[in-house]
Write a protein that binds this ligand. Structure first.
Ligand code: AP5
Length: 192
């Protein structure tokens, strides 16, 4: 099973991807998590990505395409994978199409989580409050200024992907405003 989750920041891509990894035994490939790990380890990629991520902007297509291409060659992706936060631009989607073709792989579905923007800001605020309450480290891009920029980047660069995948016939849309369990149930129906 090879899936893509599309949706704005805070739509629930990571939440749903994690639930599916348990059910299908395939890994969640979150480019955000991979980039945050690179920043934490101060790798060359991490050093280049840090300021861009902190500002809520997108890291270059070249960097993320390479990270994903390497990652899907790993043995744990042999049965499939869930892409969470990639692709995020039309050039990334085109690169992914080529990447999969060159590896002899096909996508099974692209699932878009539709959510009202006002709810997204509240979810980000909740996540910050929960992280603080549990003694964790708040994401450096979970603040009002960077979040606003993340939403703008989404509208300008990522939202056009819905049309890209509608044209290929792979796009499925789910109401991401429902509670987590109801969203999971909708996704299960699509994948059944
Ligand atoms: P990334 O880490 O991908 O962040 P994001 O897309 O902004 O998404 P989030 O992780 O904030 O949200 P989510 O949709 O996963 O929601 P979640 O499940 O966490 O990217 C961060 C940065 O990395 C980017 O800005 C960019 O700089 C860089 N980057 C990453 N990929 C890139 C790429 N491909 N190209 C270029 N740059 C890239 O849920 C959010 C909250 O809501 C949680 O608290 C959760 O508990 C809650 N929640 C979830 N579902 C529900 C629900 N149904 N009802 C109520 N609450 C819910």
């Amino acid at each position: 099973m090879r899936l893509i989750f599309l949706g704005p920041p805070g739509a629930g891509k990571g939440t749903q991807a994690k639930l599916l990894t348990e059910r299908y035994g395939i890994p969640q490939l979150s480019t955000g998590d991979m980039l945050r790990a690179a920043v934490a380890q101060a790798t060359e990629v991490g050093k280049r990505a840090k300021a861009v991520m902190d500002a809520g902007q997108l890291v270059s297509d070249e960097i993320v395409n390479e990270i994903v291409s390497d990652r899907i060659d790993a043995p744990d992706c042999a049965k499939g994978f869930i892409l969470d936060g990639y692709p995020r631009t039309v050039p990334q989607a085109i690169a992914l199409d080529r990447m999969l073709e060159s590896k002899g792989l096909k996508l099974d579905a692209v699932i878009e989580l539709k959510v009202d923007e006002a709810a997204l800001v509240r979810r980000m605020e909740n996540r910050v409050a929960e992280t603080i309450a549990t003694g964790g480290t708040v994401r450096s891009d979970d603040n009002p200024e960077a979040f606003k920029r993340r939403l703008t980047e989404y509208r300008e660069k990522t939202a056009p992907l819905s049309e890209h995948y509608a044209e290929t016939g792979q796009l499925k849309t789910v109401d991401g405003m429902a509670d987590v369990e109801a969203v999971t149930a909708e996704i299960d129906k699509i994948l059944a």
